[in-house]
Design a protein around this ligand. Structure first.
Ligand code: ADP
Length: 444
C-alpha cells in the first residue's frame, strides 16, 4: 500500500498548529505498519527542507511555486487562492515526475482539497488506481474565494473545469464532494458535523457522503511529548516520580516572574488566539484570578483583537498572578505543560485538540469544554474536568471545581496519575487509518 500525504505543514519542518503535529507524526506510525509513505509539502523559501521527516526515512518532496515566496502575504485571499490551487496542481505533477503512483492520496484540510477535485474532473490514466481521502482538521477554514482570483496561467486548469457562470469557489466543499472518502479528527466531532452543531455551512454536503465519513482521533508523538525524556523542561519525571513535577512548576513561576509558591494552583493556556479557542470565556476568569489565589500562564499568538483584549492583563499589580506571553514558543510550551497543575481549554469547538492530550501526559489536568475530541479524550472527574454547554458561567464554575479539588492533594494526584497513565500514542489511530486505507482501496 502506497500512501502520499499532501499537506501544508509537517512538524518539525514547518508547523503553525495541530495539523503540523499530525502530518509530522502519523506517517511514522504508518511506516511501522508496512505502509509505503511519502509527504508532499510546499517549497517555502524561508524554511529548511530536509529530504526526509527528521528522525525517519519518510521522503518529503517539495513543490515549487512563485506563490510560496512571500510569507507576509499569507492572509491575502488574492494570493491564497492561486497559491493553494497551484499547490494541488503541482503536487499531482510532482508525483508523475517522480513516478509515484499512490494507492491513496491523503489530503489534509482545505489547502489541499483541490487534489480530489482535479483527479475526479480531469481523469488521468497515471492515477487510474489512485483513491483520495480528505481529512478535515478544521471545518471553519474552507478557502472560499472569488473564482476571478484564479485567473492566472498557473491555475487556469482549475477555472477551465468550473462552469463558466460560477463566481465563487469553496476549496473544502469541492474536496468533500470529490474525495472518495472523508474523515475528521475525532468521532464526536464527526457527529457534531453530521448533526449540524458544528458545520459552518457544510453539514448538508457532508450528509450526502453517507457511509464515507468517519472520525479518527489524533494521537501525540511521544518522542516529542514525554516528561520522562523532555530536554526542554527543568526536571524530567514520570508517573513514578510525580513529586519532581513540582520543580518544573517552581522553575516556570521563577522564569515568568510569578510568585514562586508551590501551593498556588497554576493554570496553563496555550492556543492560537482565535474565536474558536474561547478567549471570550477566558477573559472574565482572568478578572477573578487574584482573589481566587490562582495563577494563569497564557501562551498564544493570533488575532490582533485578542492580543489587545489580553494586553490589559499585563498590568504590574496582576503580574504575580498572570503571565501573558504573545509568541509562538515551543520551548515555553513544553515548560508550561510540565509546570502547570491545570490546563484551560474553553474552546467553542475543537475537532480533536492536542493540547489536552499533551497536558494529561505531563500530569496537568485539563479543564475543558465538552466538545469534539475533548469529549472523546478526557474522562470527567478521572483525568480532567469537562463542562457543557460552553458558557462563561459553566467555565468559571468548573474552574472553581478544579480549585476545590486542588485542596485535597491526595485526590488531585490520583487524577494526575490517571491522566499520566492514559495512552494517546499514534499507534491506535494509525491502525484505524491503515484499515480505512484498505477499505477505500478495495471498496470505494
Ligand atoms: P489547533 O490545531 O487548533 O491550533 P491543537 O490543540 O490541535 O490546536 O494543536 C495546537 C498545537 O500547537 C499544540 O502542539 C500546541 O502546543 C501548539 N501551540 C499553539 N500555540 C502555540 C504557541 N503560541 N507556542 C507554542 N506552541 C503552540
Amino acid at each position: 500500500m502506497k500512501v502520499v500525504h499532501v499537506a501544508f505543514e509537517c512538524a518539525p519542518i514547518y508547523k503553525t498548529g495541530g495539523l503540523g503535529d499530525v502530518v509530522g507524526s502519523l506517517p511514522k506510525e504508518l511506516v511501522k505498519r508496512g505502509i509505503d509513505t511519502f509527504i508532499i509539502l510546499p517549497r517555502y523559501e524561508w524554511i529548511k527542507r530536509p529530504p526526509t521527516i527528521p528522525n525517519s526515512h519518510i521522503p518529503v518532496h517539495y513543490v515549487t511555486s512563485r506563490w510560496f515566496a512571500k510569507p507576509n502575504l499569507h492572509h491575502d485571499p488574492q494570493i491564497q487562492a492561486p497559491k493553494y490551487a497551484h499547490f494541488a496542481i503541482q503536487a499531482l505533477e510532482e508525483l508523475k515526475r517522480q513516478n509515484i503512483r499512490p494507492d491513496i492520496i491523503h489530503c489534509h484540510d482545505w489547502h489541499t482539497a483541490l487534489v480530489p477535485f482535479l483527479l475526479k474532473n480531469r481523469p488521468d490514466s497515471f492515477f487510474e488506481h489512485t483513491k483520495t481521502l480528505l481529512t478535515i482538521h478544521n471545518i471553519a477554514y474552507q478557502g472560499n474565494f472569488s473564482v476571478s482570483f484564479l485567473n492566472h496561467p498557473e491555475t487556469k486548469i482549475v477555472t477551465d473545469l468550473l462552469p463558466s457562470q460560477q463566481k465563487r469557489i469553496s476549496f473544502l466543499k469541492e474536496g468533500i464532494v470529490n474525495a472518495d472518502f472523508i474523515s475528521t479528527v475525532s468521532p464526536h466531532h464527526a457527529r457534531e458535523i453530521r448533526t449540524g452543531r458544528v458545520g459552518f455551512g457544510l453539514t448538508q454536503v457532508i450528509r450526502k457522503k453517507r457511509g464515507k465519513f468517519v472520525g479518527i482521533v489524533n494521537g501525540i508523538d511521544y518522542n516529542i511529548w514525554n516528561p520522562k525524556r523532555d530536554r526542554r523542561i527543568k526536571t524530567r519525571y514520570s508517573v513514578k516520580s510525580i513529586a519532581r513535577k513540582t520543580e518544573n512548576k517552581l522553575a516556570l513561576q521563577q522564569k515568568l516572574g510569578l510568585e514562586v509558591n508551590q501551593s498556588i494552583p497554576l493554570f496553563g493556556f496555550i492556543a492560537r488566539l482565535s474565536s474558536q479557542k474561547g478567549i471570550d470565556l477566558l477573559l472574565p476568569l482572568l478578572d477573578e484570578v487574584p482573589q481566587r489565589r490562582m495563577q494563569v500562564v497564557i501562551l498564544g499568538t493570533g488575532d490582533r483583537k485578542y492580543h489587545k483584549l489580553l494586553h490589559k492583563y499585563l498590568k504590574p499589580i496582576i503580574r504575580s498572578w498572570i503571565s501573558m506571553n504573545f509568541a509562538f514558543d515551543e520551548k515555553l510550551a513544553h515548560q508550561i505543560y510540565a509546570g502547570a497543575d491545570f490546563f484551560l481549554i474553553p474552546s467553542h469547538y475543537e475537532p480533536c485538540g492536542l493540547t489536552q492530550m499533551i497536558a494529561m501526559v505531563y500530569g496537568t489536568i485539563p479543564v475543558a469544554a465538552k466538545v469534539g475530541g475533548l469529549k472523546d479524550t478526557i474522562e470527567t472527574g478521572k483525568t480532567g474536568f469537562l463542562f457543557s454547554p460552553v458558557t462563561i458561567d459553566n467555565f468559571t464554575q468548573t474552574v472553581r471545581q478544579a480549585l476545590h479539588s486542588w485542596v485535597d492533594q491526595e485526590a488531585h494526584f490520583k487524577m494526575v496519575r490517571h491522566a499520566m497513565r492514559k495512552n494517546f500514542s499514534w499507534r491506535r489511530s494509525a491502525r484505524q487509518y491503515a484499515k480505512l486505507y484498505q477499505r477505500i482501496h478495495h471498496e470505494v
